[in-house]
Design a protein around this ligand. Structure first.
Ligand SMILES: CC(C)(COP(=O)(O)OP(=O)(O)OC[C@H]1O[C@@H](n2cnc3c(N)ncnc32)[C@H](O)[C@@H]1OP(=O)(O)O)[C@@H](O)C(=O)NCCC(=O)NCCSC(=O)CCCC(=O)O
Ligand SMILES: Cc1cc2nc3c(=O)[nH]c(=O)nc-3n(C[C@H](O)[C@H](O)[C@H](O)COP(=O)(O)OP(=O)(O)OC[C@H]3O[C@@H](n4cnc5c(N)ncnc54)[C@H](O)[C@@H]3O)c2cc1C
Length: 658
């Protein structure tokens, strides 16, 4: 058997480009790489951040271990004056391999105060939160409602006499349920509740509540709080429940940047009722980035392993091939790698668009709200869905060892699975994007320039300009195919909706009946958007010819697999012919061959530390079998040669006389 490490060495020698150059491109420049390396050095050298035995821990031990690591992380951040949220994101992405029990504090609690708090509220709460003197979460979802926010039942009733709000959970279904870090960790929460003043309901607003004593962490009077129990993955996170029995908070605890309640109970409504949903939009943009990172990790593990793993003697007496050389294996993994790259670039686009449009909104241009919501909803759903299914493809591609916790892929899959549900269930979000697409289709004046393609009506009888398999290396033709599909499905969704209305259905019923068409066009739009963005962005890069070529080929793989996997949609109106479809399949194989020597280089370029992959299959040195064996030997069941259950149960039957 060949040595696994020599297999990876050989792969690395075959790579046609400079891996460090590509790492810099992925990170966004040399400076960012250096910053990342600095941050890594702070954390990776600390034994406390070792995850070797993590997969053996029980749920409770995992939570406790995560709290310990979190506290140390906070100390490290303070010690080195690291305050930039980008640095924190870098640590989460590349170094730490767990969902922190303070995740919501940084991802939602602080941003909500920042965006929805007045200057005085920011001044009061942010220093406490930034210094971790309080730990907060975002409590919106209830037992009875997650999607339909307007249907939340928690009430916040203003008492002008005492200038206080009274927070109450009037029914079982009003119990807050699911918020991350709520059960055991958080001391405070932003709670979303229906605002009542003098028996009139003004809809959902946000309020800061103290959940636990800052002296001994016990629940505050009137607060019932706890963990909701085991779920799929996210074992380090204490997703919780919360019921409030007429809990009083000062008037100043309603976040009043957009809507105000004056001491006498006068209400001033926000400029736009959706401003209160702002933090969710930020989180959706973040999910795009997390989806990219996790799929990159999964591809790293599965591709390195597939270069080390050998199986099935192809010719008698010859070395068994590396499993990566089976085209069926390439057809599993190369599309995941291509998707990871495409997502890395759309994540960058999403975050910069978020910051640009968010700044517009802050300066009062509220028109940007719907654009940001329209773009981020679909991209969150699209990237979460493809990333989660891609991680599972990678896991299965590792055969039996992919089933072991030591692969790192089992926990990754379980931890990412909820990204299809939280922060807006995927179907619900696709429907929101579809609404925006249809609005743009009808109203050119509101269509942002990034979506101006919607205004171009697809010509009936349009045909794809591809004449040969070589033409499929031309981004312009690939983008054209996705653009056509998106335009056609948007138009067809609009026509479907109109046909339902013309049959006499009211708008909501017509919208419901059009739902499948809506989701179809939102997905088509997202595929187009991601493909176009990848080709446009990588074309602008200043880098070596070899890197450019590899990125172009990855883009072609992403696009061609998108066409092959959704072939019906392209064949339906004869835009693509059967012969062109054959070209597509042929070119996919060609691209796999082109990329083959560079596969390890392309995953090495993500530069994940072994610790952050925490995988016996995907470590840099490829020493798979020793790692699996040593890991298994440390399993708690192997602590003694004879297990206590032998004495308790087995021995009596083994020793009994027949
Ligand atoms: C589905 C909707 C969007 C519907 O909202 P609604 O108020 O009932 O809307 P509607 O009256 O039907 O009107 C729709 C209209 O409202 C607009 N809209 C909706 N949301 C936004 C927004 N954020 N920005 C700007 N505009 C927004 C839509 O575009 C619609 O506009 P239109 O009527 O088409 O012009 C909403 O309820 C929603 O966002 N639901 C999803 C709930 C969700 O995302 N929860 C997240 C909880 S926190 C979490 O999960 C954290 C996990 C993190 C972790 O663990 O890491
Ligand atoms: C791990 C995890 C962490 C979470 N963290 C938080 C948190 O920190 N804070 C917080 O407040 N919440 C949190 N949540 C809650 C989460 O945001 C909601 O679960 C999510 O928004 C989905 O809402 P739901 O559970 O009500 O699903 P439902 O809406 O009940 O969805 C069930 C099904 O109904 C369909 N459906 C619902 N409405 C429609 C519609 N209008 N049109 C078509 N189909 C529809 C959906 O597509 C889905 O198939 C978390 C959830 C999970 C799983």
């Amino acid at each position: 058997m060949a040595s696994p490490s020599s297999d990876l060495d050989r792969e690395r020698r075959k790579c046609t480009f400079n891996v460090a150059e590509l790492t810099d491109i992925i990170n966004g420049g040399r400076e960012k790489t250096e910053r990342r390396q600095y941050l890594e050095s702070l954390v990776l050298n600390e034994p406390i951040f070792n995850y070797d035995d993590y997969y053996f821990l029980s749920r409770e031990e995992k939570y406790s271990d995560a709290v310990k690591k979190t506290v140390r992380l906070v100390q490290v951040l303070k010690q080195h004056n690291i305050e930039d949220p980008e640095d924190y994101q870098t640590l989460l992405k590349y170094v730490l391999n767990l969902n922190l029990p303070i995740a919501l504090h940084n991802s939602m609690f602080r941003p909500t105060i920042r965006d929805q708090g007045t200057d005085e509220q920011r001044k009061k709460w942010l220093p406490l939160a930034n210094d971790y003197k309080i730990i907060g979460t975002y409590a919106q979802t209830e037992l009875g409602h997650g999607t339909f926010i307007r249907g939340l039942e928690t009430t916040s009733t203003y008492d002008p006499k005492r200038e206080e709000f009274v927070l109450n959970t009037p029914t079982l279904t009003a119990t807050k349920w699911w918020p991350g870090c709520l059960g055991k960790t958080s001391t405070h929460a932003v709670v979303m509740a229906q605002l009542y003043i003098k028996n009139q309901c003004y809809g959902i607003h946000s309020f800061i509540i103290q959940l636990r004593s800052l002296k001994d962490h016990s629940p505050m009077p009137g607060v019932t709080v706890g963990d909701i129990g085991n779920k799929v993955g996210l074992e380090t996170n204490d997703n919780g429940f919360l019921a409030m029995d007429n809990v009083r908070i000062p008037r100043e605890n309603m976040l009043m940047r957009h809507a105000q309640v004056y001491p006498d109970g006068t209400y001033r409504k926000p400029a736009n009722s959706k401003l209160v949903y702002g933090t969710m939009v930020l989180l959706r943009a973040t999910v795009v980035s997390e989806s990219a990172t996790n799929l990159s990790k999964a591809a790293t593990i599965a591709i390195r392993y597939s270069c080390v793993r050998r199986q099935t003697e192809a010719k008698p007496g010859e070395l068994e091939p590396q499993i990566i050389d089976y085209v069926t294996q390439q057809h599993k993994l190369v599309p995941q790698l291509a998707t990871a790259y495409a997502f890395a670039w759309i994540a960058r686009y999403m975050m910069s668009t978020y910051h640009a449009l968010h700044a517009d909104i802050e300066s009062g241009h509220l028109g940007a709200l719907q654009e940001l919501h329209g773009i981020s909803s679909g991209l969150k759903a699209f990237t979460a869905e493809m990333s989660v299914s891609g991680i599972e493809v990678c896991r299965r591609a590792c055969g039996g060892h992919g089933f072991s916790a030591a692969s790192g892929l089992v926990s990754m899959y379980k931890d990412r699975l909820p990204s299809c549900t939280y922060e807006g269930e995927n179907t619900v979000l696709y429907l929101q994007t579809a609404r925006f697409l249809l609005k743009c289709f009808r109203q050119p004046s509101i269509t942002p320039s990034s979506m101006s393609y919607i205004q171009v009506k697809p010509l009936p009888g349009a045909r794809w300009g591809v004449k040969s398999p070589e033409d499929l290396m031309k981004p312009i033709l690939l983008v054209e195919a996705f653009e056509h599909r998106a335009q056609r499905t948007i138009k067809s969704a609009a026509q479907f909706l109109e046909s339902q209305i013309s049959q006499g259905l009211d708008t909501s019923e017509a919208m419901n009946r059009s739902g499948i068409e809506f989701v179809r066009c939102a997905k088509a739009h997202c595929y187009y958007f991601v493909t176009r963005n990848f080709f446009q962005s990588t074309a602008l890069l200043k880098c070596s010819k070899e890197i450019k070529e590899s990125l172009l080929t990855l883009g072609v793989v992403f696009a061609l697999n998108g066409i092959a996997d959704n072939s019906g949609e392209f064949l339906e109106d004869c835009f693509i012919t059967g012969t062109q479809m054959e070209f597509v399949r042929e070119r996919i194989l060609y691209c796999y061959k082109q990329l083959r020597p560079n596969l390890v280089g392309l995953v090495d370029a993500f530069a994940f530390a072994d610790q952050s992959l925490n995988s016996a299959l995907g470590a840099y040195d490829g020493d798979v079998y020793n790692r699996l064996y040593n890991w298994a030997k440390r399993a708690p069941l192997n602590k003694t040669d004879v297990h206590s259950s032998y004495h308790k149960y087995l021995k009596p039957i083994l020793k009994s006389k027949i």
